[in-house]
Design a protein around this ligand. Sequence first.
Ligand code: NZQ
Ligand code: ZN
Length: 388
Amino acid sequence: MKNFEFYNPVKVIFGKDQLSKLSKLIPKGNSVLMLYGGGSIKKNGVYNKVKESLKDYTVFEFGGIEPNPHYETAMKAVELIQKEKIDFLLAVGGGSVIDATKFIAAAALYTAGDPWDILSKDKMVEAALPLGSILTLPATGSEMNANAVVTRVSSNEKFAFNSPLVYPKFSFLLPDAAGFLPQHQVANGIVDAFVHVVEQYLTFPVNAPLQDRMAESILQTLVEVGPTVYHNPADYEAMSNLMWCATMALNGLISCGVPGDWSVHTIGHELTAIHNIDHARTLAVVLPGLWSVLKNEKREKLLQYGARVLNITAGTEDERIENTILKTVEFFESLGIKTRLADYNVTGNTIDKIVKRFEDRGWKAMGDRNLITPNVVRKVLEHQLASR
Ligand code: NZQ
Ligand code: ZN
């Protein structure tokens, strides 16, 4: 096992009828900025509950945060914060709202130049406003981690940053609100959580059996409850299990002492930046291509995942690996998530553009062993262009 540090200060409040506790968690007298997306919180009742719980606070609002949140929009919130002297940010919605809020929290106090540098140049965050979150969509794990991903529309670029200063002080997890999600968003959530686990698990063995089994248990649970919650998002029990899986998938626990890969995400972010394809769908395209191209390098973990999660034990090693990739693709497709570039009208021109972007940024190689060069990225994407 590798050395590691584990720190996660997020207080989680999970379940029904919990929002009355909100006012106990935000310091009295704070002026609060409530941030949200395109209006789902007004339809699922969360907006009114939050307003009721915060009736003794001065509450400002900033709505209209887009899925794959925009830097340009976030900077408008920063202006409002500076004008109104906001003390506390409250993100209400899915991962996009929480991510935007994290960036806004850091950008509002950034004095070292253009806040875009936090994302594009990995500039250190030295201070951030405190924030809390109310999660209505299980997927990203943003509610219990210190990451955020933001897109700059003017340049079609999507970058992530990470800072312990943007951990939410608390996160309410609301499976009942998630019951209002359209089916395709539920599918996105299942696949995003699934691939988060894979990025931290399906690398190479480092003798970390506990982390492996924790990762496998999340994957197994997703395979088990995914179809139920996909077909009936209002199934509270199934949605609760999906929501906790998604949080546990990316709160730092399963990555302790093990290598991470994250190249599926890095490549997928380009597909979203260029074609605005939903985040999870980009992952469902890239993952099978990456496994197919790197099947020898990831052989041991592919076999272990196939056997323990998908019960694939018959045949030669090569046959088991083929079957493991196929069954994973079938799982994604059973949730209505397509896995080929052609399904999203993406052609070879985009592959050229992505490879050039990686080269222009000077990214020599990525992945758990720096095996994924721009040339391997090309092979991965070309595999998905041609597959089936
Ligand atoms: O905008 P509103 O009206 O709220 O509608 C949203 C949005 O249209 C809707 N929605 C949310 N909760 C709902 C609901 N609709 C009905 N009922 C509810 N209860 O769902 C749509 C999608 O929301 P979004 O927040 O974009 O989805 P998600 O949570 O999947 O977040 C995706 C973003 O997170 C980033 C992605 O790159 C993408 O930008 N990620 C963040 C990560 C992190 N912070 O750790 C890791 C991930 O890998 C990912 O990259
Ligand atoms: Zn993701």
